[in-house]
Design a protein around this ligand. Structure first.
Ligand code: HAM
Length: 419
């Protein structure tokens, strides 16, 4: 028997309504903030990702699904969306039409990580990229968009952490000093962090490992090394976040696992998620466009995991997923009513009301069970009397309340209750 690949999941018919509900709310938010959707291919040249995310990152070093196609070209299933979006932006000259290009995506992504709760090998991200401005108000706008999304799902207790990771003017000096300091405590670091001293020292400060945390307690932090432009940018970001009344904490150790960031880096986490607590992450990447062969185009964006959002929603219980259950289920009391039920069901559907009935000649009891299982909002038992009087008793399944309606007014009644 074939099984799905480890770290991937089928999204089954009984749970798809949650995804569709989430996607609907996401799109509403993106449109409110005036972002337009972009859909890029599921695979790209491998070098697009190694160039942008960085050779020394975990994603490029150990997690990408790369393969040679029949022409011996190395291709990779996209592990994240930003690189593809910028590739598409350059290739299609999107910057010509708008000085500030604002796009969003909802897409599967692929990383060969160790699967656990909230960490999959095929997962789904929603994200947004604002391409074409270095102004910190755009960083704040992107953060406000992410926060607005979680607010629409009534997700509380989120923590927003921000940092500035500097720019090529100030970061190299800090890196050198940090490297020197880290070498003095190398024997106390985890093997992973020890390896990072030379090629990615700032990531050592971001390590979750307890021994790394202890050994780097006194290390110099980037904040004291930022050039004046980066300092001003970071204080502007804080000014805008305060203006938008978005609470945040500054975490000078926040670096994130992708190398393309300059200046702003941020993460939104939720403690109810346990060890994989990052709901969303993002930041500014002013050099990426040029790095990939385009014009210098300062940009900022974020991405977030849909599976993690669903995990929080399911813990929160206070959200009505607005399921796609049938509005009405017609139960036939006897054989003669069956044909009538099937015909009325079709009439309802053609009039934009979702309806269901029995096609398997089941008993009344079994039909009631089916209506329950399908979460039908209303049930009507149809027999000779109902057909003759052209009126029915509608039972509202949530509270058992019964309403008598004529068949003529049924559609109107249900439309009112659907809205
Ligand atoms: P990232 O932090 O690698 O950033 O991923 C963003 C979010 O995707 C994470 O916070 C998490 O919710 C989700 N995620 C990542 N890996 C997995 C996984 N294996 N299973 C489930 N969920 C996962 C980026 O991808 C950047 N492209 C964000 C960005 C956009 N920066 C600027 N623009």
């Amino acid at each position: 028997m074939f099984r799905s690949i480890k770290g991937t999941k089928d999204i089954l018919p009984d749970e798809i309504y949650k995804w569709q509900f989430v996607e609907k709310i996401l799109r509403e938010n993106f449109h409110r903030f005036n972002y337009k959707e972009i859909r890029t291919p599921i695979f790209e040249q491998t070098s697009l990702f190694s160039r942008s995310i960085g050779e020394s990152t975990d994603i490029v070093g150990k997690e990408m699904y790369s393969f040679l196609d029949r022409s011996q070209d190395s291709l990779t299933l996209k592990p994240e969306g930003t690189a593809s979006v910028i590739r598409a932006f350059i290739q299609n000259n999107l910057g010509e039409a708008h000085q500030l290009t604002k796009v969003y995506y909802i897409s599967p992504m692929f990383r060969q990580e160790r699967p656990q709760a909230g960490r999959l090998r095929q997962f789904h991200q929603f994200g947004a990229e604002a391409i074409g401005s270095s102004n910190a108000s755009v960083d704040a706008d992107v953060i406000a968009l992410a926060i607005s999304i979680y607010n629409s799902f009534k997700i509380e207790n989120n923590i927003l952490e921000i940092n500035s990771v500097g720019c090529p003017k100030c970061r190299p000096q800090y890196r050198t000093i940090l490297q020197k300091e880290l070498l003095t405590v190398a024997d106390k670091l985890s093997p992973e962090s020890r390896q990072r001293i030379m090629h990615n020292p700032m990531r050592v400060l971001d390590s979750k490992d307890e021994s790394d945390k202890n050994a780097t307690k006194e290390m110099p932090l980037i904040f004291n090394f930022l050039c004046s432009d980066c300092q001003n940018h970071f204080s502007d970001l804080q000014k805008y976040l305060n203006l938008f009344k978005i609470p945040f904490t500054i975490n000078n150790r926040l670096v994130r696992g992708l190398d393309y960031y300059t200046r702003t880096a941020f993460e939104i986490s939720n403690s109810s998620l346990g060890s994989q607590d990052a709901l969303a992450g993002g930041g500014r990447y002013d050099l990426l466009c040029e790095e990939l062969g385009g014009k210098s185009t300062p940009s900022v964006g974020f991405a977030a995991g849909i599976e993690r959002l669903l995990m929080v929603l399911e813990k929160n219980k206070n959200i009505d997923f607005n399921s796609e259950a049938p509005e009405i289920y017609f139960v036939s009391a006897d054989e003669t009513a069956r044909e009538f039920c099937i015909k009325t069901t079709i009439d309802m559907r053609l009039n934009k009301i979702s309806a269901e009935c029995d096609y398997l000649n089941r008993s009344v009891k079994a039909q009631m069970r089916d209506a329950n299982r399908q979460n039908a909002k209303f049930v009507a038992v149809i027999g000779e009397r109902e057909i003759e009087s052209k009126s029915i008793n509608l039972k509202q399944m949530s509270d058992g309340k019964e309403t008598h309606v004529t068949l003529n007014s049924l559609q109107k009644f249900l439309t009112k209750h659907t809205d």
